[in-house]
Design a protein around this ligand. Structure first.
Ligand code: ATP
Length: 942
């Protein structure tokens, strides 16, 4: 008996072997595939089919990136200068120099770098994990059964089935192929698809790009079908050998992050200018070098105060958290910038089938030219009755209906199976529904595929909107039976199904009462009328025809072969709208987002469903693919605002629609599932692929994947996008407002209190910027959606982050904060001079600034609602952050070692109460602003 496992060393080339030899070498079987036991053994032996992840940034690169940040570089410069000052003055005083500020700034720089590193590498890992979630499935034959498995479970010897849109998951030798075209750009750089052929053996020295009987991991099937014997997996594939080509996790900076980097640059240059101004101005005024040290101290504090050190990390974390919330709502983000762009989407262009509808097709009736039969039954369970005019009828009694049902099972690539007691479909649900109805009528698919093997096929594509299968009676005993379905059938029969209008155009004859007759104009009109009636009820309708052939047609001869067909009839099926979509569409409307349906289906079917869902109103214009072709770019742009339904479109039309919308300044989200949808997905601002039914090629081209294929998920993701953007704006206001307040306070001190020195040391400022502002800012980043988040139009994607009053708010709040701090500073300075400790006022200013920001954090949670109107526990993190930060601040004042380290002073309960009193005014101010705006607005509106 032959051993069950392949030899230890497999050949390195396979193209020169005939298929039988390859099968023998790998101990596999063309019909049954591997057994479960063989698979287990091979998984042990060859490992999982995974490429070692070389993409993404290395840990080292992430760490180095942290210190490329210009703000950190400036802090390092500040540390060096302050070290020099400290050492000099210590030497002058004759004590041991301890540059405390410099050491602590360095510590903070390192801490901040480390925190940034942890956050970013976690974000990177999260993205990589998301990518894993989207990892492709592969269809294989194992133990004689067709099944879908994770691509990483493939082993050498597996039989892998390929179809259009699939990304090839391993290297292999083709056993069978039909019109197979594969794009190998990832491997050979060749953009054109290569034609692949199974039956060929090639000379030993054939180059990689010419090995047309092999397929390679990472390449994409553009057209056709094939069965492949897997010869290499994991790193033992051609792709595995060229490590640089491995896809990396895309974590490019988002537009906002880029803008923030720019802002960082501006702030740093601004603060340097400020330093220069203060130092030079001060020196000129004094006319001597004497005040240099004091001036440097003030200006260094100001430089540190201007820069929002904590901001970049908070933004990264917010975006990463956003992707996690989206994945919980079934939207998988593949590119980080999408999180942000989602918030400004103005148009969502969606496919119909599966996204707006359930993609659970159930055949409702069958129609030949002289009879219509209604079918009962639900789901994919193949039991049900046929009715003709309310009487139970048998389709088997009617030869034309029998032929129609035979076409349903022959012209079909799906599999109907019972799994754990439930009938399910493997493959296209449209085709699955046809198998179900044929089975209800008692036709045995197994019998027919056994007796009439496939000789050739012209596969379905969204452009062709039809498919044909040519079967051959090879004398396996079904001849008479076949003739009872298709009179005159000798050996080769072509069955065609597809969009009724298109199939009918190709017919010249028709079956009536079991006989073939010429197709008259009256017949044509009758068929089209029936089609329209069915479609306008929202049903999906397919047309069927056949043709007798003398010889197997050549590959690619579909245009000439699919002519002069004999019309059989129509089959209609119900694909109910998804119930949640109606609400999602209504939500879009209030959010100023226009939903648009773009479908390959019939215009009347599309219109009926669009009206049902609220995407279109009765009487709205529907634009068909053909009409769209007649419009030039300008013409389309004129129409685009009035059309919400596009029907019978091909994928290239989708690209034109996106471009036309974008030329009008719209931000477009577009769904797609097929291989040819990739250009439109790339062009769209948010390309959305289907997680369940989408092809690998479309997923690869997308920014976001819908894990449940559901339109409502797009709307949910848009909502999350808006929440993320609002929260980012919120904490930017919060953080930068505080920076402005600090700078103004420091700048005021030498003017108002010339003899007092600087109220805040660089270390204390860093403490505020990173800890007492940083923690509440992180909590603000997870603020839940405000109720009106989907009640307002999308924001302009081009808008400046400071637009819509944000810049003004920051400056205003900064000034208020400074006024409070300065008022307290002046009062407490005088007060401290009389108390025992003349330096205490500095700690009072420091504490007031910190505590004022606590009140600010509580109040800024909502732009319009008062804090008492908010549920305090809807964001418990705020309470926690405020509580924790307040405790930390008090520790700095009341724990001696910390006091020594941070240079703070003890405050009496009275002094602390004064600080709390002053700082709470900040909260009061923000609340009063909200009240004022509310009153003002209501008066204006009223
Ligand atoms: P959507 O674009 O909204 O997903 P769709 O599924 O109808 O809608 P396509 O898959 O491009 O779009 O199908 C276009 C048309 O092709 C269908 O309306 C139908 O007439 C026909 N069709 C769909 N599936 C098949 C199939 N498996 N075989 C033959 N014809 C088909």
């Amino acid at each position: 008996m032959a051993s069950d496992s392949p030899p230890d060393s497999l050949p390195s080339v396979w193209h020169n072997l005939e298929t039988e030899k390859a099968l023998r070498l790998l101990q596999s079987d063309r019909q049954t595939g591997l057994t479960a036991q063989q698979v287990q053994e091979r998984l042990q032996r060859y490992g999982l089919n995974e490429l070692e992840e070389r993409g993404g940034r290395s840990n080292w690169a992430i760490l180095v990136d942290q210190f490329k940040n210009i703000m950190l570089l400036m802090l390092i410069a500040v540390a060096i200068i302050s070290a020099i000052i400290d050492i000099r003055s210590a030497l002058a005083e004759g004590v041991t120099p301890v540059p405390k500020d410099a050491i602590s700034i360095f510590a903070i720089v390192i801490l901040n770098g480390a925190l940034g590193y942890i956050q970013e590498s976690r974000a990177e890992k999260a993205l990589a994990a998301l990518k894993q979630l989207a990892s492709p499935k592969v269809r294989v034959i194992r133990d004689s059964r067709t099944m879908d498995i994770d691509s990483k479970e493939l082993v050498p010897g597996d039989l892998m089935l390929l179809e259009a849109g699939v990304q090839v998951s391993a290297d292999g030798r083709l056993l069978e192929s039909s019109n197979l075209q594969v794009r190998e750009a990832a491997l050979t750089g060749e953009a054109h698809a290569a034609n692949k052929r199974a039956e060929i053996e090639l000379p030993d020295d054939t180059q990689l790009g010419d090995r047309i009987n092999l397929v390679y991991q990472g390449t994409e099937v553009i057209q056709g079908r094939g069965t492949v014997l897997v010869t290499g997996t994991g790193m033992k594939t051609e792709l595995g050998r060229i490590a640089e080509l491995l896809q990396s996790v895309e974590s490019e900076p988002t537009p906002l992050q880029q803008r923030m980097t720019q802002l960082g640059n501006v702030l740093v240059s601004g603060s340097l200018a400020l330093v220069a101004l203060v130092v030079i101005g001060g020196l000129l005024r004094a006319g001597s070098w004497e005040p240099l040290e004091d001036l440097l101290e003030v200006s260094l504090s100001m430089a540190v105060a201007v820069v929002p050190e904590g901001l970049p990390a908070v933004i990264t974390v917010t975006l990463a958290l956003g992707t996690q919330r989206m994945v919980r709502r079934h939207a998988l983000i593949r590119r980080l910038p999408a999180v942000e762009t989602l918030g400004s989407v103005t148009n969502i262009c969606s496919d119909k089938t599966g996204t707006l509808t359930q993609n659970k097709m159930v055949v409702q009736s069958l129609h030949t030219v002289d009879a219509s039969l209604r079918v009962t039954g639900e789901g994919y369970d193949p039991t049900g009755e046929f009715y003709h005019d309310n009487e139970v009828a048998s389709p088997q009694d009617r030869p034309d209906l029998k032929a129609l049902l035979l076409a349903c099972i022959i012209c079909n690539d799906s599999i109907l199976q019972k799994e754990n007691g439930v009938w399910t479909i493997l493959g296209d649900p449209t085709e699955g529904a046809l198998l179900v109805v044929a089975s209800k009528a008692g036709l045995d698919r197994h019998y027919w595929t056994e007796h009439l093997p496939r000789a050739a096929e012209f596969p379905f594509s969204s452009e062709r909107k039809r498919m044909s299968v040519i079967v051959k009676d090879e004398g396996r005993g079904a001849k008479d039976e076949l003739a009872s379905f298709i009179p005159g059938a000798e050996s080769l029969v072509l069955f065609c199904k597809g969009s009724p209008e298109l199939v009918l155009e190709r017919c010249q004859q028709i079956r009536v009462g079991g006989q073939v007759q010429p197709l008259t104009e009256a017949h044509r009109n009758q068929v089209l009328q029936t089609n329209n009636n069915l479609a306008s009820r929202g049903l999906r309708v397919l047309g069927f025809a056949y043709k007798l052939l003398n010889q197997v047609p050549a590959e690619g001869s579909d245009e000439t072969t699919e002519q002069e067909l004999v019309w059989l009839g129509l089959v209609d099926m119900l694909d109910a709208p998804r119930p949640e979509v109606r609400d999602a569409v209504a939500k879009c409307r209030t959010a100023g987002i226009r939903p648009i349906m773009i479908t390959g289906d019939h215009q009347l079917t599309a219109q009926a469903i669009a009206e049902d869902l609220g995407i279109a109103k009765p009487g709205d214009r529907v634009l068909t693919g053909r009409e769209l072709e007649r419009l030039d770019a300008a013409g389309l742009e004129q129409e685009i605002d009035h059309v919400s339904v596009y029907a019978r479109v091909a994928p290239e039309h989708k690209l034109r629609i996106v471009q036309a919308l974008q030329r009008q300044g719209k931000v477009v989200a577009m769904t797609g599932d097929g291989v040819n949808d990739a250009p439109a997905l790339k062009q769209a601002d948010i390309g959305i692929a289907m997680g369940i039914t989408g092809t690998d090629v479309s997923k690869e081209a997308s920014d976001m994947v819908l894990l449940d294929d559901n339109f409502a998920t797009i709307v949910a993701a848009t909502e999350e996008g808006r929440v993320v953007y609002t929260n980012i704006r919120r904490f930017i206001k919060y953080i930068l407002g505080s920076n402005i307040g600090e700078v103004l306070t420091i700048a005021a001190s030498p003017i108002l209190l010339p003899m007092g020195g600087v109220p805040l040391t660089p270390l204390q400022i860093l403490w505020m910027n990173l800890v007492t502002d940083g923690l509440p800012a992180l909590a603000l980043a997870v603020e839940p959606a405000e109720p009106n988040v989907m009640n307002r139009p999308p924001h302009d994607p081009e808008e400046n982050i400071f637009a819509r009053g944000l810049g003004l708010y920051m400056v205003r709040i900064g000034i208020i904060l400074a006024i409070l701090a300065i008022a307290l500073m002046v009062w407490s300075y005088n007060y401290s001079q009389q108390s025992g400790d003349p330096e205490r006022w500095k700690t009072m200013v420091f504490t007031t600034l910190c505590l004022a920001q606590m009140g600010h954090a509580m109040a800024i949670r909502s732009n319009s609602r008062l804090t008492i109107e908010l549920n305090p526990f809807s964001n418990p993190f705020i309470l926690m952050a405020v509580g924790l930060t307040t405790i930390l601040q008090l520790l700095l004042v009341y724990v001696e070692p910390l006091r020594n380290f941070f240079g703070t002073h003890y405050l009496s309960p009275f002094e602390l109460a004064v600080c709390i009193g002053f700082s709470s005014l900040m909260f009061v101010w923000v609340e009063l602003e909200k009240l004022f705006i509310r009153l003002f607005l209501s008066r204006r509106m009223g």
